[in-house]
Design a protein around this ligand. Structure first.
Ligand code: GLA
Length: 716
């Protein structure tokens, strides 16, 4: 293969990188598979890429390299910005070494080194292609001068072609994370700046550019994601010269990244997934995440979380009774939420004091843990290690350990709490010591790791901006606890879904999608969260019949079917549930356990059903032989009975048996009118199911049915 032109192909995706120096590399194509090209053909192809020059522009051609800069004529969002006391503001990088190209079974990687000898900066750009055809890039910049260089921005960029005429990104708020918004990809920049110090409840965990109207099942789409849990900038920019870039990187505060001579800064990974439809792009993220050594291999234990069951009422008798009923319905992990430590009898006090409250737990946690373990369940516990209530022993002893803008002023209070300065070695060691002690002294398999506020004006005790270092310190704290306690699992929670990104997921194996357990809202939250992560990483719980955050009343069938595909659980006071309902819950748990290996290893698929009130999605086994689908009736449909529903992702030439998956035969009130095949199922080819579809049962709004689709046995 030519060393100037690298063409990688995997799973219907190609990326073509031009490494011919002396300028920085260019991505000539990232998208649909181009098929095999020998060196000669590649060179001919590369020669066709440059546009002609037009009037009133630079004499040399303007090209967007992987680090678009003014020195190459790029006048949009710069790939790198910074200065040295107001000088060296416009760098120009020239390659210093031949590119390094590595290819192993797991990864293909190009590393390019470049420098600006006059601005005294060095740059290392890396791009990788990962299992499943996912790509990622990052930059590292080093100050090789003799004075301080302030880096103010470092973004990575993917070019997308001009048929990417539409953007789709995600926004949201507490209780309504992952709300999609679409817009035309017009000239100019669509910028999503985040200064929250966390990924954000409104964080766009995916930014898509695609052919107008792209959907889940089809339409070319380019999806990007930044693996970072701190401040960030995401830019979709279209220039009049016909260039469209999707860029992302950390958002640095003034003075945050002062590189002293010899110091470096490395950007977070900027991921890219191309697909014919969102489902295909998402599958690349899922395949990669599942390929990592730290991905959970153990079946995801069905979980009960105590939060919406008891809140701060930590009464041993009540919690033991809850554990009894949890065990009765088949729960495998019991998670004690907020309220077990310090003076934490409500959300105004105690955060930061990670010692068991003698007040709430006079005999310690052992009586509850022993009870839970005795019932055959694992025990997990809630912590919020980066936070502190001013009303806590910790804040009283160490007011200097609170992030603030400097001087005596504290940032605005948020849920009565402030942020602990983990960049302070003393504070870091203190929290590490307390959490380590908690895990050493108790039989705890799981931490629900929360983070319930934005970081506003977050400076260290010297008044320097600290979000970057704080984010790395939080990662280090998780890494150290995982190292010291093999087998420990961490869930990333942040007021619900405020910290969902591939940075924290290097160490956490599950995210909490939202504090909203309303199944209707959850349908949307889960649809867009699983566009990035596979179902087994997303906590999905059956909430109370009367929802705590929306007031909606929903059937068990809808709540359970909605939670069914994820890391399944319950967050509901089962001590107040009658025996018949407990049996129903148990039937759902058993049904989930029966298909859990399929749900958590199969390929997630979403249909583009034309009626937006009826959502069709499922998981199909990697070999196509087995599947579970959900038909979720969100609101009332205009057409009744509803039209045919097509099941995506099946093998066209395989014959399948289709039958309702009705746990315990007791989904009361779900189906208004069952279809003729409801009782005995039917048999059809994958082609028929995905192209012709089936007549679905008519349902009330806010109901869902599940279908089991299995390869037909030849004899039957
Ligand atoms: C956050 C979490 C909830 C719960 C509470 C406890 O809001 O998202 O699930 O743990 O904190 O205070």
């Amino acid at each position: 293969m030519s060393n100037d032109l690298i063409h990688w192909r995997d799973e219907h995706v190609s990326i073509l990188v031009d490494l011919s120096g002396p300028a920085l590399p260019r991505i000539l194509h990232w998208g649909a598979d181009l098929g095999h090209h020998d060196d000669t053909l590649l060179e001919e192809l590369a020669d066709t890429v440059d546009p002609q020059r037009v009037s009133d522009e630079t004499d040399d051609l303007v090209v967007a390299t992987v680090l678009p800069l003014e020195s190459a004529g790029w006048v949009g969002e710069p790939g790198l910005s910074g200065h040295r006391s107001g000088r060296d503001f416009a760098p120009k990088f020239v390659r210093t070494d031949p590119p390094e190209i590595e290819e192993t079974d797991d990864v293909r990687r190009i590393t390019v080194r470049a420098a600006d000898a006059e601005a005294h900066l060095e740059l290392i750009w890396t791009i990788e292609m990962l299992p499943g055809g996912l790509v990622r890039q990052r930059n590292r910049v080093t100050n090789t001068g003799t004075s301080t260089y302030e880096l103010t921005g470092l973004l990575c960029a993917y070019p997308v072609p001009s048929n990417a005429g539409e953007l789709l990104d995600l926004t949201g708020r507490h209780l309504r994370e992952r709300t999609p918004q679409r817009s035309p990809f017009t000239i100019g920049a669509h910028v999503r700046d985040n200064r929250r110090g966390r990924t954000g409840l409104d964080g766009s965990i995916l930014t898509f550019a695609g052919a107008p109207g792209f959907g889940f099942e089809g339409g070319e789409v380019w999806a990007t994601h930044l693996a970072w849990s701190g401040n960030h900038r995401l830019v979709a920019e279209r220039a009049v010269r016909g260039t469209r870039l999707l860029s992302g990187g950390e958002l640095l505060a003034p003075g945050e990244m002062l590189l002293e001579p010899g110091q470096s800064y490395e950007s977070p990974w900027w991921y890219g997934a191309y697909g014919d439809g969102i489902t295909e792009a998402s599958a690349r993220f899922h395949t990669y995440l599942r390929s990592r050594p730290q991905h959970p291999r153990r079946e995801r234990p069905v979980t009960i979380n105590t939060w919406e069951a008891v809140y701060f009422d930590h009464d041993l008798g009540r919690l033991k009774a809850l554990a009894d009923n949890a065990a009765r319905v088949g729960v495998e992990r019991f998670v004690l939420d907020d309220g077990w430590f310090g003076a934490r009898r409500n959300d105004r006090a105690g955060l930061g004091d990670w010692v068991v409250s003698a007040d709430a737990w006079p005999d310690g946690l052992a009586p509850l843990i022993d009870h839970v373990r005795g019932l055959g369940m694992e025990f997990g516990i809630w912590v919020e290690p980066e936070m502190v209530n001013p009303d806590s022993d910790l804040a009283r002893a160490h007011p200097e350990w609170i992030l603030s803008p400097g001087g005596s002023r504290l940032p605005m209070s948020w849920r009565h709490q402030q942020v602990l300065d983990l960049t302070d070695e003393g504070a870091y060691q203190h929290v590490l010591g307390q959490l380590d002690g908690l895990l050493r002294d108790h039989d705890i398999a799981y931490l629900k790791w929360d983070h319930n506020r934005d970081l506003l004006e977050a400076g260290d005790r010297h008044g320097h901006p600290a979000v970057h270092r704080q984010t790395l310190a939080a990662y280090a704290l998780m890494d150290e606890l995982l190292r010291r306690h093999p087998g420990l699992e961490i869930e990333s929670c942040s007021s619900g879904g405020g910290r969902v990104d591939l940075g924290v997921l290097e160490r956490a194996c599950r995210v909490w999608g939202s504090d909203c357990l309303d199944a209707l809202e959850r349908q949307q939250i889960q649809r867009w969260t699983t566009a990035l992560i596979p179902w087994e990483m997303l906590g999905c719980h059956i909430g109370s019949d009367s929802n705590h955050t929306t007031g909606r009343k929903q059937s068990l069938g809808f709540r359970a079917a909605t939670a069914f595909f994820g890391h399944f659980g319950i967050e509901w006071d089962l001590t107040k549930v009658d025996s018949e309902t407990l049996d129903d819950v148990a039937a759902w748990v058993t049904a989930h356990q029966a298909v859990r290996p399929l749900l958590h290893a199969g390929r997630a698929v979403t249909g583009d059903h034309p009626d937006d009130q009826l959502w069709v999605y499922g998981v199909v086994a990697q070999d196509g032989g087995d599947a579970v689908f959900a038909l979720a009736q969100r609101g009332t449909s205009l057409e009744a009975p509803t039209g045919r529903v097509r099941l995506p992702g099946l093998q066209p030439d395989v014959t399948y048996d289709v039958r309702p998956l009705v746990p315990g035969n007791k989904v009361r009130g779900t189906v208004v009118k069952a279809v003729p095949w409801w009782d005995n199922g039917f048999r059809a080819s994958g082609a028929a199911l995905s192209r012709m579809g089936l007549i679905a049962p008519t349902q009330y709004p806010e109901q869902a049915v599940l279908l089991r689709v299995t390869r037909a046995e030849e004899s039957s």
